[in-house]
Ligand binder design. Structure first.
Ligand code: GDP
Length: 282
């Protein structure tokens, strides 16, 4: 009673539907089929366990997923100057929301946080960040005029965070992928200008779990434009499984650090590899 062709197709479909990707899914199923042949396993439960183990291995169980601001040694340098986190990602993925949730997390740890609204293209974006600032009790540095230079807002925010002896500065950015060259210039400049005041410790790429395979193209653009130190997988509270991050981690060589689990201020959690894999297999 070996697994039928349909059973194996079901396994592959599960992976494809979770956005693990065509190549990776086919490879995993090939390996499992081979293993099953060699060991003579025909038990679906055993195959499932083997798949779970392989996925865990791919995702990385022992990967260090701490934010750079939370790593040993960060506290000492933080006593001298604020840690800087830049949020990047395509508009609508959840950058601003994640910035607000992150600020909340640091505030809860007793840290002093400043946020900078370097998405100056739409006034609404800065308004949204200010709303979050008010919600979590954090000061937001913004420009009062539409279309101001985002890098100059980043500079002002870094200066103010430094002057205020803040522990953390979170900079929100724009992500209009329609004009890739502009976006890349803009992000590169934000980073360079912020670094005139403070070193940048972290650049978090927010990927929306519902984006599917497109996430890889997005990740490459942002990695090239500004350099990425970690991924936040947002909207994992819906039906999307976010399997694309397995390939993104491998391609960029940076871990998924956090997941977004809703629209509220507390809906941010550390990435949990076993829970993520269980989600894929569910
Ligand atoms: P930005 O354009 O990248 O800054 O994206 P926003 O932060 O404005 O988020 C876009 C939409 O996604 C908003 O309606 C958010 O409330 C929603 N959102 C953000 N993160 C999550 C999440 O983890 N789960 C859910 N369900 N919605 C989210």
């Amino acid at each position: 009673d070996h697994l039928s062709e349909t059973d194996w197709e079901d396994v592959e479909d599960t992976l494809l539907l979770a956005d693990v990707g065509a190549d990776a899914s086919a490879k995993l199923v090939d390996e499992l089929r081979n293993d099953a042949r060699v060991t003579g396993t025909s038990d679906p439960v055993q195959v499932r366990d083997a798949l779970r183990a392989k996925l865990l291995d791919l995702v990385g169980v022992d990967t260090d997923r701490r934010l750079n601001a939370d790593k040993p040694g960060a506290a000492e340098s933080a006593s001298l100057q604020p840690s800087v986190i830049i949020m990047v990602g395509v508009n609508g993925t959840g950058k601003t929301t994640t910035a607000g949730k992150l600020a909340r997390l640091f505030v809860a740890e007793g840290k002093k946080v400043v946020m900078g609204a370097a998405d100056t293209f739409r006034a609404a974006a800065a308004d949204q960040l200010e709303t979050w600032g008010a919600k979590v009790g954090v000061n937001v540095v913004r420009s009062d005029k539409d279309g101001a230079d985002p890098a100059s807002v980043a500079f002002d925010a870094a200066q103010q965070a430094k002057d205020a002896n803040a522990d953390v500065l979170i900079i929100d950015t724009a992500g209009r992928l329609q004009n890739k060259a502009n976006l890349m210039n803009e992000l590169g400049k934000i980073r360079r200008v912020a670094e005139k005041v403070l070193p940048v410790d972290e650049v978090l790429l927010v990927l929306d779990a519902t984006t599917g395979q497109n996430g890889m193209a997005q990740a490459k653009v942002f990695a090239e434009a500004i350099g990425i130190t970690g991924v936040v997988l947002s909207k994992l509270d819906g039906s999307a499984k976010g399997g694309i991050v397995i390939a993104v981690q491998k391609e960029l060589g940076v871990p998924v650090k956090l997941v977004g689990l809703g629209e509220g201020p507390d809906d941010l959690a550390p990435f949990d590899a076993p829970a993520f894999v269980d989600g894929i297999l569910a």
